[in-house]
Design a protein around this ligand. Structure first.
Ligand SMILES: NC(=O)c1ccc[n+]([C@@H]2O[C@H](COP(=O)([O-])OP(=O)(O)OC[C@H]3O[C@@H](n4cnc5c(N)ncnc54)[C@H](OP(=O)(O)O)[C@@H]3O)[C@@H](O)[C@H]2O)c1
Length: 324
């Protein structure tokens, strides 16, 4: 089978389309013929060998050659312990390794059935970004009727889902993005939109009860200045490793002396949450915004696109066009 692999860290040019052995499923795994996959910043950081990930991915060279991806496809084979799926099922989920390939093996607890109403491309666009947005809006953010929610980075992969989900749970949503994406976030349901080139969301006079920060380009005190007295700021994305370490240490420390809570949110990929995301997508309550779907051979181009940090929603790669 064909897969994109990398023997060295670096920008997307390190990815090589290669002939490799088809992976065999372990007892709890499914072998899936991948019809589409989508990309997340996590796999980009692994490709670059960002220093914070090297203890996991390998210090000098990548230990796992084929990167992660969110995938959608059809079950080709199953391990002995698999109970929830059968051969021929259409599935979606997150491949923790070997995702950027024609076939991949994924544990059953990282997969759900693909809703019939969704194309493979739409299904592949959902897993990590959808689950992260759901966990920010529900478990961590507790969005409820009338809650004033600000989403910084609203037009990206997670942001486009977070806007819809915060509206689904009746929040009053302010979306922060560049001017060219104001129409998009408004169509997704945002009540207010701020173009970060011409406006500063931190000057919204302590009005936000919840901030979901997907960009991480502002100081903790900037964030506090636009939070309500008992407000909460979930720091999900970071512009630099330094901003992440500042938030990891400074967030909990400063929250000890304040009624405002500022802290890092780490999503944990969860099958129940993936099912909720799939169900919401099946009923049309959550829609994937797909910036561009690239053919498989153009995976490095798709990674370059992701690296611009300008994606409008998700970037998808399709392997079998027209095979819904
Ligand atoms: N904590 C966790 O568990 C977790 C899980 C998954 C991902 N993440 C992190 O979450 C972050 C967001 O992920 P993603 O998949 O949504 O990324 P993404 O799709 O690559 O984000 C792209 C978006 O970022 C927006 N953006 C760039 N600079 C901005 C700025 N200064 N202000 C506002 N928006 C800006 C862009 O909008 P414009 O083009 O309009 O500028 C673009 O739409 C990443 O850092 C990722 O690593 C964290």
């Amino acid at each position: 089978m064909k897969a994109f692999i990398h023997h060295n860290y670096g920008p997307a040019d390190v990815l090589r389309l290669s002939e490799v052995a088809k992976p065999e499923p372990a007892a709890n795994e499914l072998q899936i013929k991948v019809h589409a996959f989508s990309l997340n910043p996590e796999e980009m950081h692994m490709m670059h060998g960002m220093f914070a990930v090297r203890p996991i991915t390998g210090f000098r060279r990548p230990k796992v050659l084929c990167l992660k991806a969110d995938i959608a496809g059809v079950v080709e084979a199953i391990g002995d312990a698999v109970s929830d799926f059968k051969i021929g099922d259409k599935v979606m989920g997150r491949a923790n390794k070997g995702g950027q390939a024609q076939f991949t093996c994924v544990p059953q607890d990282r997969l759900v059935h693909k809703p019939e109403a969704l194309s493979f491309e739409q299904a592949a666009a959902l897993p990590l970004a959808g689950v992260t947005a759901l966990q920010a809006v529900t478990k961590n953010g507790n969005v409820h009727k009338g809650m004033r929610v600000l989403i910084n980075g609203a037009s990206g992969g997670i942001g486009t889902y977070a806007v819809q989900l915060a509206k689904h749970f009746d929040g009053e949503v302010t979306a922060v993005c560049s001017g060219k994406n104001i129409d998009l976030v408004t169509q997704l349901g945002a009540d207010h939109a701020i173009d970060y080139h011409t406006g500063d969301f931190t000057r919204t006079r302590r009005s936000n009860e919840l901030i979901i920060d997907l960009v991480g380009n502002r100081s903790l005190s900037d964030m506090r200045s636009c939070l309500s007295k008992n407000g909460k700021c979930l720091m999900v994305g970071f512009s630099t490793p330094a901003s992440m370490f500042r938030a990891l240490i400074g967030g909990p420390l400063s929250s000890n002396f304040s009624t405002q809570k500022v802290g890092v949110m780490m999503a944990s990929f969860d099958k129940a949450d993936l099912q909720t995301v799939a169900d919401l997508a099946a009923t049309g309550d959550l829609e994937a915004t797909i910036d561009k779907a690239y053919p498989f051979e153009m995976t490095p181009k798709a990674m370059h696109h992701l690296a611009t940090v300008r994606a409008k929603g998700k970037i998808v790669v399709r392997l079998d066009a027209g095979s819904e």
